[in-house]
Design a protein around this ligand. Structure first.
Ligand code: NAG
Ligand code: NAG
Ligand code: NAG
Ligand code: NAG
Length: 309
């Protein structure tokens, strides 16, 4: 069958799962928002050091600039400030890919990328052990959306595929139950209120709040303003919750050292307000989850990475 025949068939009947939710036409978005599967899994798998792992990525700022921001400096005093943490590469997308797969898998750009379905990510390891997971991207129009979206009033970019760590993996996008766990902040807030958040989360604010199309001042203010009530909310900061707030990458002229802080109830009281100069990078994210829940490994750069705990 030719590619043309395949795409005609796809349009007519069965669009491939990996691309079926990319249209931004308002009718297509409305239809998908009304019909696309959304899932809110929960679980209670005991961890060695924590019961919940929350990873939050901000955008494109060198460590020196981020730590000089008043709000991020404040947050650094509320947990363990990681003073030797590095992003993997440039630009954004391969850093997000690396955060869940422990490898960039040859991704070197920010364009629409698909990594073959035989490539696993942390999602496979979490599911094998029954650890619930979800990805939350602010302003994604519906669960499982696979494209880029703009603010419908201003036309400004708000949700982007390249900042969704699981979207490049066919092993996620070919599975409707997995797509259904790539959600927006409406769903996050609903699950928070219902005490139905999962054990493993990855959170990406929109292109304003993550600093990408704004400034470190906006991103810092967002991070402090968003996290402060959550850290006081028992539905979020359950006993032994570990939050990692970091940046996808630094600027291309820097060393790629990025700001990173460990927050939440899993941080021992005696370590609140301390720094840790151990070398960490985005591969530490997979390693930390793997050691905590006995997940095994992806056999990638997670094997030699250092865990936070
Ligand atoms: C968020 O996703 C849900 C589930 O798909 C959808 O019903 C809702 O309209 C979305 N919220 C916004 C603000 O787009
Ligand atoms: C990002 O979200 C904030 C609310 O959290 C909103 O004020 C802002 O307009 C959004 N940015 C875009 C580009 O839509
Ligand atoms: C939190 O969990 C630890 C270890 O399981 C336990 O010792 C402690 O009492 C718990 N604290 C609260 C407030 O539930
Ligand atoms: C820093 O990390 C190392 C390696 O995991 C660990 O051995 C050490 O206890 C940590 N120190 C603090 C203050 O958290």
């Amino acid at each position: 069958m030719s590619l043309l025949q395949l795409s005609v068939l796809g349009l007519a009947s069965f669009a491939a799962a990996q691309t079926q939710y990319t249209s931004t036409a308002s009718s297509a978005v409305a239809k998908a928002a009304a019909t696309a599967l959304t899932l809110s899994p929960t679980s209670n798998v005991a961890g060695n050091k924590f019961e919940r792992f929350v990873q939050i990525f901000l955008e494109n700022t060198d460590y020196s600039k981020a730590i000089a921001n008043t709000d991020l400096a404040y947050l650094a005093t509320q947990g363990i400030s990681l003073t030797n943490y590095y992003a993997i590469t440039h630009p954004s997308q391969p850093n997000y890919v690396a955060a869940v797969g422990a490898n960039t898998f040859g991704v070197t750009g920010d364009g629409f990328t698909r990594i073959g379905s035989s490539t696993q990510s942390i999602v496979d390891l979490l599911e094998a052990k029954g650890v619930s997971w979800s990805v939350y991207g602010e302003d994604s129009p519906y669960s499982g959306f696979e494209g880029n979206y703009v603010n419908q009033k201003t036309g400004a970019s708000d949700y982007v595929r390249k900042h969704n760590p699981v979207m490049s993996y066919d092993s996620v996008t070919s599975n409707l139950n997995r797509l259904a766990k790539s959600k927006n902040f409406t769903m996050f807030n609903r699950e928070l209120a219902a005490n139905q958040l999962p054990q493993w989360m990855f959170i990406t604010p929109n292109m304003t709040n993550d600093g990408h199309d704004s400034s470190i001042a906006v991103a810092g203010k967002w991070a402090r303003g968003w996290l402060t009530p959550l850290l006081a909310n028992p539905n979020f900061n359950i006993n032994r919750t570990l939050v990692v707030l970091t940046f996808d990458e630094g600027t291309t002229s820097g060393t790629n050292q990025v700001y990173s802080v460990l927050l939440g109830s899993a941080v021992p009281a005696a370590k609140v307000g301390t720094t840790n100069n151990t070398f960490y990078n985005h591969y530490s994210l997979t390693k930390t989850a793997e050691l905590n829940w006995g997940l095994g490994s992806l056999g990638q750069n997670d094997v030699s990475a250092s865990a936070f705990f």
